[in-house]
Design a protein around this ligand. Structure first.
Ligand code: C2E
Ligand code: CA
Ligand code: CA
Length: 735
């Protein structure tokens, strides 16, 4: 196939495009199916079949977008048709060619784009089949490109059929011209079933040259009442021109049977009916379609149906059955296995589990992999809670049996959530949601057990959602504020810095501390945004103090795990420092072990980058978890924060005092600063100082205060700052 990518074929291209006679959205289920297939395979919100005309691109089919055309000069596809292969743009905002494109800066806010040209047999690109996402994506692989091209070929196939039908409606001469160059077999027969036209592709497909077949009966090649079918199709009349096709088999001159797709039509020639057929060999296409269908519906690791397929089958079951049971199954302890055995070991475990689950169900049931270590069982016709219990228990027992992977014996468990139709939901979405909630409940109640859905679970989930909404509203209305708790030198009592602590000025409940809302925050979607606001606000406030007192203070900012997940933490922090003018050495980020353990891989790079800029990194609540020594080596830390529980207990409990000694010792060995938290009495402060701890924070000096309240307590002496009236009492929570 010749490809020209320099635009020199533009005139030819437009002529070719015109032959398809498409000027608007096509109402054809075949295109919708392909678009749907592409959306499932690549998991993108927008899929378009875009045809590029002289002045505009328009979408002959697609989903996920309201508009049906754009001008050509802003079209990504107009660019993609000039490229030899698939055009992949991981992030349009990072691409100089598209950064300022109105489709990027405004609706539909394209970030990711991948487009495969729809190239005719003559190498002319009519447009593209393209994928669009509103978030950037990296890693669109070589196989992904091939799959997209295969889908584009299927789309083109469909377009080709239309072109031929259109040609047939045109004059005989034009028809014969187009037919001569068509890659599809085109055959005409008269009302007696005798062949009157036979193009080159027909000769190729069926092995009879035109000279041998013209005038003979069509039944030679199609014993299966070919002409009857044609006649039948012809009576359906306008259904034909809308591209409806049937699949039949024909016989090659050699006797070989070939599956073909037939689209037939009828017209009158001098008053006598004539029948035309377009035949296309679909051997290759069928296997391609099958492969793509599998890709969209079968999990490649376990060979089980995936989430999409389960949903389709569930919908079928709901339409056909009186009762349906869905059991959601999630493995317990899989993450540990994955961590210790690596991905290949984890994959092997999932395959074994998939096999075991299939042994627990009846013929006709579906076991699907929903993703990760989550599976679902679909049991059509099952409405009996006792029977469902039995199956769930057998699943849990079977998964919990020891298994051996890569020579290691492994012990995992499973939790199950059960939902029954119609009691627990009437739509697929509802039922899956109910089973999910029941699963969470089983997990919350200690795992390795099953739970049925109950109405209160949905109410609890609804109120959780409502609370998330409340958090978002609070953020929008600036109800979150930062308080600052002083950090003081144990040697001379000077003020060295503060820790920024989040508060919520709730319109009805008053000032709330994080205990009341932090878990919900961390579970929701607001954390990265709020975390970013916290960093910016703390930097700004600390820069203000610097300006006001002429003495640099440090500020400690606690991070959410979610701030690491977005992948742009270092940039966000840099922006906050730039915007406030605060020196990087005045900022310290506090990280707890929970975050470290959960986000291991994603953490190192941004932390290194920040550390090399001079930003401090403190290990919060040190000593309360399982932090290993190797972590101190691995992460670019600058300070350890001794947890308040040890400080509280140190005077009465020799083991706690020993832990503090050990942390101080570790800190000195790794050249890390150490700060003690939760210091409430002079005795504690004195003891810490004697052990070699130099900095402390706690109610002894001050609780966290609003900036203007802290201002009232700061006094400058020489080039140092001090707090007035440090007292030896535990204050009531200051609001
Ligand atoms: P944390 O980082 O360990 O913060 C120290 C907590 O101990 C604060 O509670 C502080 O008010 C309290 N505290 C300070 N001195 C004393 C003392 O002498 N005695 C006692 N008993 N407690 C003392 P707070 O403000 O309620 O914060 C609780 C936790 O919420 C924090 O623990 C931190 O993990 C989280 N948090 C607070 N603010 C933020 C934030 O801005 N971002 C993130 N990601 N987490 C935050
Ligand atoms: Ca902290
Ligand atoms: Ca802490």
């Amino acid at each position: 196939m010749q490809e020209r990518t320099d635009g020199s074929d533009e005139e030819e291209r437009l002529t070719a495009l015109a032959q398809y006679g498409i000027t608007d959205v096509l109402e054809e289920p075949a295109f919708d199916r392909l678009v749907q297939l592409a959306a499932s395979i690549f998991n993108v919100p927008v899929v378009l079949v875009s045809l590029v005309e002289a002045e505009r691109q328009f979408f002959a089919a697609g989903r996920g977008l309201d508009v049906c055309e754009t001008s050509r000069d802003i079209s990504f596809c107009a660019h993609a048709i000039r490229q030899p292969g698939v055009t992949v743009i991981p992030d349009a905002r990072d691409d100089v060619r598209f950064r300022a494109n109105p489709l990027v800066t405004g609706e539909p806010h394209i970030r990711f784009y991948a487009g495969a040209p729809l190239r005719t047999a003559a190498g002319l690109a009519l447009g593209t089949l393209c994928l669009i996402d509103r978030v950037p994506r990296s890693g669109f692989s070589e196989p992904d490109c091939r799959n997209l091209q295969d889908l584009a070929a299927l789309v083109l196939d469909r377009l080709e059929l239309r072109r031929l039908e259109l040609a047939r409606q045109a004059s005989q001469i034009r028809f014969e011209n187009i037919a001569a160059t068509s890659p599809d077999a085109i055959i005409c027969v008269d009302d007696a079933g005798r062949v009157t036209f036979w193009n080159a592709a027909a000769a190729q497909l069926l092995g009879y040259p035109a000279a041998r077949i013209l005038g003979r009966s069509i039944n030679v090649v199609a014993p299966e009442h070919f002409s009857d079918r044609l006649r039948y199709l012809a009576t359906q009349d306008d259904a034909l021109t809308s591209g409806r096709t049937i699949e039949i088999v024909v016989t090659h001159a050699s006797g070989r049977v070939i599956p073909v797709e037939l689209s037939g039509s009828m017209w009158r020639d001098h008053g006598r009916p004539s029948f035309g057929a377009i035949l296309r060999d679909i051997t290759g296409r069928r296997s391609n379609e099958e492969r793509l269908f599998r890709l969209a519906h079968i999990d490649s690791l376990t060979d089980l149906p995936n989430r999409t397929m389960l949903r389709t089958r569930l919908e079928q079951a709901l339409a056909q059955e009186q009762h349906v049971c869905v059991i959601m199954v999630d493995l317990d302890g899989f993450k540990d296995v994955n961590d210790s055995l690596g991905h290949s070991g984890g994959d092997a475990v999932l395959s074994v589990v998939a096999g075991r689950l299939q042994e627990c169900v009846r013929p006709g049931d579906t076991v699907a992999r929903m993703g990760g270590d989550e599976f679902a069982l679909l049991l059509p016709g099952l409405g009996d809670a006792a029977a469902a219990t039995e199956i769930a228990d057998s699943v849990i027992a079977s998964v919990s049996k020891l298994l051996t992977v890569e020579g290691q014996t492994i012990n995992i468990g499973a939790s199950a959530g059960i939902a029954l139709f119609p009691q627990h939901g009437v739509t697929a979405r509802e039922l899956l949601g109910s089973a999910d909630l029941a699963l969470y409940q089983a997990k919350a109640e200690g795992r390795n057990c099953h739970r049925f859905f109950t109405a209160p679970l949905r109410e609890a989930a609804a109120s959780k959602r409502a609370f998330q909404g409340e958090l978002t509203r609070a953020f929008r209305e600036s109800e979150f504020v930062l308080f600052y708790q002083p950090q003081v030198s144990l040697n001379d009592g000077s003020l060295l810095g503060t820790e920024a602590l989040l508060r919520w000025r709730h319109p009805e409940k008053g000032l709330l501390t994080p205990g009341a809302f932090l878990p919900a925050l961390e579970a929701g979607l607001l954390a990265p945004q709020l975390g970013d606001w916290i960093v910016r606000t703390a930097c700004r406030q600390t820069a203000i103090w610097r300006e006001r007192y002429g003495v640099p203070l440090q500020v400690g900012v606690n991070l959410f795990g979610a701030q690491f997940r977005t992948g742009d933490l270092a940039k966000k922090v840099r922006d906050a420092l730039d915007a406030s003018g605060l020196s990087p050495s005045c900022l310290e980020l506090e990280i707890t072990e929970n975050i470290l353990l959960r986000h291991d891989e994603q953490m190192i790079a941004p932390l290194r980058e920040l550390h090399s800029m001079g930003v401090g990194i403190a290990f919060d609540d040190y000593g309360t978890g399982y932090a290993s020594l190797s972590m101190l080596k691995r992460y670019p830390l600058t300070r350890l924060k001794i947890d308040q529980s040890f400080v509280r207990a140190m005077l009465d409990s020799p083991p706690d005092a020993a832990i503090i000694r050990a942390i101080l010792h570790l800190g000195h060995s790794f050249a890390l600063d150490v700060i003690a938290e939760g210091v409430e009495t002079w005795d504690q402060a004195e003891r810490l100082r004697k052990k070699g701890c130099e900095v402390a924070q706690g109610y002894l000096y001050s609780p966290a205060l609003a900036p203007h309240d802290l201002d009232r307590r700061i006094q400058r002496k020489g080039d140092q700052l001090f707090l007035d009236a440090v007292r030896d009492v535990r204050p009531a929570l200051v609001s």
